[in-house]
Design a protein around this ligand. Sequence first.
Ligand code: IVH
Length: 692
Amino acid sequence: MSDIPIEDLDLAAATAEHETLAAAVREHERRYYEEDAPVVSDAEFDALVARLEAIEARFPNLKAESPTQAVGGKASSKFEKVAHARPMLSLEKVFTEDDVRAFVTSVRRFLNLPEEEAVALYAEPKIDGLSLALRYEGGDLVQAATRGDGRVGENVTANVRTIACIPRRLTGAPDLLEVRGEVYMGRADFLALNERQAAAGEKSFANPRNAAAGSLRQLDPAITAARPLRFFLHGWGEVSGPLPPTQEATMRWLGEDLGLPLNPLAALAPDLDAVMRVFGALEAQRALIDYDIDGVVYKVDRLDWQARLGMVSRAPRWAVAHKFPAEQAQTLLEGIDIQVGRTGALTPVARLVPVTVGGVVVSNATLHNEDEIARKDIRVGDTVVVQRAGDVIPQIVRVITEARPAGSQPFVFPDHCPICGATATREEGEVVRRCTGGLTCEAQVVERLRHFVSRQAFDIEGLGEKQVKALWDWGLIKGPGDIFRLAKTDAESLTPLRNRDGWGSQSVRNLFAAIEEKRRIPLSRLLFALGIRHVGQRNADLIARHFGSIEALAETCLGDEEKRAQALAELQDVDGLGPIVVEAFGQFLAEPHNETVLRDLIAELDILPPEARAADSPVSGKTVVFTGTLERMTRDEAKAGAERLGAKVSGSVSKKTDIVVAGPGAGSKLAKAAELGVRVMTEEEWLALIGA
Ligand code: IVH
């Protein structure tokens, strides 16, 4: 973000900066709302929006195309869409007592209130979760929807029915009642969930909010049911029948009479002093409350006033969010460690002299990536400002440059993996640098081996993630070639597998047989199994077809650098293979460790050339989509069969789709096919067509 004072910007500079900022805000919103995986702290995001708004205040024409005019997040395509009867709004943010005073003044001015008329505000914690609209008809919970973009959200009813504290039936409710509130996860529950996730080898969540969002937006309600989600009421939408006259009385009615979960920390503040006391009290309690709150929301208590105040663009005029300042402290940056993730991403982590930030001792902070280090010019030996915002992972906000020791040097990000020594590369347009050591890098090998034996790759029965991890831990397999020597290694071992926990004689025999069976493997599967970046099944197939055999591939691509360059140049010309794929493939081969792995596999395996494709089959050149349950074959078999006959298999229906093969339970794809007039057939009809 630029720090040029707004007054100094001319229209051209403002337009350019606005465009960059707007794109960044949209991207962060997408990551936050749609992927539940933000990459910046709330405070950093707020700063970007604040700068965007400041530019727009001076150049209002820029507003038209700005993310400031919409509530973030689109409804995800996973769930059915639900239009909100009344929009779900967002809140204006304020940061200081003066801002709160200005809010009250603007309310007063708008309502034309006399000086002596007090404006009571209903204050409650701003919970860091996600908002949810619950629709009750005749007292029954009939629908639950996320906010989405404020007008259209996602239907998550089945999942919400599994949340224990949300009543499925209300007694004494009006015919129609839509209540709104926040779904969240407690901090202790979040930590326990992450531990369970890690133990199961599943992804862990960055913070309780993401955990709540990820848990709610599950296609399988059983998963949501197993996640400790909670809910607090904070408002309502459509309601039939009259409401009490104030926010407080209505909340009490909903909470105490109807039994919806009401936050006990909410309070009515008759004047500004009282408001600031509530704010101070909640800020002081913040670390002790078992869930994340990032501020206090104030709502004008009188509902008739709320109605008169109405809303502007995306937020009500009668409510405001008073955000807590981020908790910060200064400390010394002792070092920058580079961690290598399971997929090879190099992540810099700041090693700090331990310091207490908001009641928690912090000794590490994320540095995100090398650009971030360069942008903030963070150097080892610097005194830095550390911040814990709503996030669990602390961040480095800035360097106290005045305290920088003489002779300090900018941080040089390594271009080799600190674990295995392989080259670490960064693709154009990417912020992450990745180790190319793949199958030979200790940080990645278990993940890579798991991929290597997975269903679409070698598909070795009885060799799942757990077994791979165990075999690796015991030193029985270090790389993929070792899998095919396992029977021999085991026979020579003093503690053979059959005597180890979790392995019986029969299962070991079965495993060895399953491995033997996969010694014969099509070239494309082998290429896919290697886990080369960007080389998925389709690209692996294209590469395999181009070379025609492993011998041809080895002859041109292994060993001789010049020959390889030539081979890669030719690969570029293959229809469907982009330069990014070819570059990634080339980088993989250029790494000596990888060449060793590949040569080792060639020696162990019987690698089959690609089958010739039938050019004149009735489906050759056609794009096919399989949807619903197939009864005579698995999805993979259907796909492989279609591809063998020269068809292209796609996962989604579009204008380019020629045939949709629909089994029982087909849903939105079938509807889309009907809408686009695409030919639809049953599995039987498909089998008849291809003559199977
Ligand atoms: S009131 C019309 N109250 O904050 C006002 N929102 O930044 C609508 N939130 O979308 C919201 N705690 O998801 C309200 N006590 C609270 C809240 C709260 C958290 C969330 C909510 C809203 C977002 C706006």
